[in-house]
Design a protein around this ligand. Structure first.
Ligand code: PHE
Length: 334
């Protein structure tokens, strides 16, 4: 190997060692001009190739070009590494503290979570403690114990997501409402009872601006001696005032649910019309009896409210479908 070639190899080694010691981008630029730039040693060797003896010229020329290529790619690699170090905020990387800060993107609660929390807060002030029930429910609790037999027309709207791997006599389905917890809770607990049951429910539903096939409900159940429909009315009224403010206009009108007698629905005035936000009523005497209590002594009321509807009222949202489209333009407003 000629001394020329040896010198070039040493130069390459030196360059690589120097490059690896560099830890900021400015110094990398200086390194580049020193080792591969127009005024570098390599460049001058190339420029002076004609002074090299004829028989070595070709080899030296090729070697210089190969070294140049290697250094060039080592240089690019180093820049890359430094960029990555920047991200990891490596302590030895110079940081320009005069640059404007990067806004941090904080997560937030989904509006439905916020509305649900607010609902449970208000209900807790009214004396209801919250408890959850199963989302996959048996047909017995979802329907039969609530006085909705197989051939009842209410099942049509609630003929929903049935789960395959379940008992044919008492099949499982995604619950259509939170009312099954009325029965489950009554089976295990004695009056006085005041519970709020939050949870997701699923329906066989053609979606539109006020209907979704999945939604959240909060069920309330109060069982005690001497509970009358005026307690129901007073509770719902207080609830509405706490949730929507004292100028909220609410209306109770007759409705039918097999597990209450009488049944009502509560609507709130919204965007020029009445929006139904819950079904309610006095717990049916048969249900009290089935739980082992005398319905002439124990009475109670129940209600099931739709949290998406409540959220629509809270923030003046005209279409329920916005909640689950995962559109950040919408979600970022909360
Ligand atoms: N479970 C009923 C529904 O989903 C609402 C309701 C609850 C009605 C409790 C009366 C009493 O529509």
């Amino acid at each position: 190997m000629s001394s020329m070639q040896e010198q070039l190899k040493n130069l390459k080694d030196e360059a690589i060692i120097a490059l690896n010691e560099i830890n900021n981008k400015d110094s990398v630029m200086q390194w580049r001009s020193k080792y591969i730039g127009r005024t570098s040693k390599l460049a001058s060797v190339l420029k002076n190739l004609k002074d090299i003896p004829q028989e070595q010229r070709k080899d030296v020329g090729q070697l210089v070009n190969a070294i140049k290529k290697d250094l060039e790619s080592a240089y690019l690699q180093r820049i890359d590494d430094l960029n990555n170090l920047d991200i990891d905020t490596h302590p030895s990387v110079e940081i320009d503290i005069s640059l404007p800060g990067m806004p941090s993107r904080n997560g937030g609660l989904h509006p439905i979570t916020t509305a649900l929390n607010k609902t449970l807060d208000v209900l807790s002030k009214l004396g209801f403690s919250s408890i959850e029930g199963p989302e996959a429910e048996t047909s017995k609790y979802n329907f039969d114990s609530l006085r909705i037999p197989d051939d009842h027309p209410a099942r049509d709207m609630w003929d929903t997501f049935w789960l395959n791997a379940s008992d044919a006599d008492d099949p499982l389905l995604l619950r259509t409402h939170t009312s099954p917890m009325q029965i489950r809770f009554l089976e295990e607990n004695d009056p006085p009872i005041r519970i709020a049951v939050p949870g997701k429910c699923y329906r066989y539903e053609a979606t539109d601006a006020t209907h979704e096939w999945m939604m959240h409900q909060v069920e309330i159940l109060a069982i005690d001696k001497n509970i009358s429909i005026s307690n129901l009315k007073g509770t719902l009224q207080s609830f509405a005032y706490e949730m929507f403010g004292l100028d909220a206009k609410i209306m109770l009108r007759n409705s039918y649910f097999p597990f209450v007698e009488p049944g009502v629905e509560m609507a709130v005035f919204f965007r020029g019309q009445w929006l139904e936000v819950m079904g309610a009523g006095m717990v049916h005497p048969d249900i009290i009896k089935a739980a082992g209590y005398d319905p002439s002594v124990y009475t109670g009321f129940a209600a099931g409210m739709g949290i998406e509807r409540i959220a629509m009222l809270l923030w003046d949202i005209e279409d329920i479908r916005y909640f689950y489209q995962n559109d950040l333009r919408f979600l970022n407003k909360f």
